[in-house]
Design a protein around this ligand. Structure first.
Ligand SMILES: [Zn+2]
Length: 209
């Protein structure tokens, strides 16, 4: 058995935000290759270590002639991330899911490690998983659970997407007022304020001159 600690319940947001500045012509991609993806998955509470190791072994063992198989594993991980991003963005915007995206997500969720047993781990609990199979879905099991729990749970109403059209970062708004619009004030909120200030001053100047 492989006990893994419960990850942060918003690890699905960390996952979709591995691609950011999504509104720009060239978004920033941090999972450009399978090694980057495996390194990300190996972060605390994100994936059963045995599953990451199994997938890494399978990926590294692929002979040169099977580069297509390697690319397919990375491609399916990215396709899953993008389907999940669209599902979460639609939910944040109060819209329904595209059937194709929900199908991609549900297929992966069906292949994720089953949550059958809890084990005590120090003063907390951990999921007690069977040794994982080497698959993208097994590696991403905690991320998939996080997404399913978020979409089906009460906090779905807290799901937001940054209002900066260049940014589009996904986050949970746990503020008291519940009207947070920016991922962070420093990255996007202040920029929007500065832009409004610039436009206001420009408009006033145009009136004067
Ligand atoms: Zn932002």
């Amino acid at each position: 058995m492989v006990p893994i600690p419960l990850g942060p319940d918003d690890s699905c947001l960390d996952f979709v935000n591995t691609r950011y500045w999504r509104g720009r012509t060239a978004p920033t991609e941090t999972l450009g290759g399978m090694q980057e993806a495996l390194d990300w998955c190996a972060g605390p509470g994100r994936a059963p270590p045995a599953a990451v190791a199994a997938l890494a072994r399978l990926w590294q063992a692929a002979p040169e002639g099977e580069m297509a198989a390697r690319a397919a594993a990375h491609g399916s991980l990215i396709a899953l991330r993008e389907a999940l991003f669209r599902l979460l963005a639609a939910a944040a915007g109060g819209q329904g899911a595209a059937a194709a995206d929900l199908a991609v997500f549900n297929r992966a969720l069906g292949e994720a490690a089953p949550r059958r047993r809890l084990a005590e781990a120090g003063d907390a609990y951990a999921w007690d998983l069977d040794p994982a199979t080497a698959s993208v879905a097994a590696v991403l099991s905690p991320v998939l659970w996080s997404a399913a729990d978020l979409l089906a749970g009460r906090r779905r109403g807290h799901l937001r997407q940054c209002a900066n059209p260049e940014c589009r970062w996904m986050f949970l708004d746990d503020s008291k007022s519940g009207n947070r619009r920016w991922c962070t004030m420093s990255a996007c909120g202040n920029r929007a304020k500065a832009r409004r200030h610039y436009l206001k001053v420009k408009a006033e100047k145009e009136v004067l001159f």
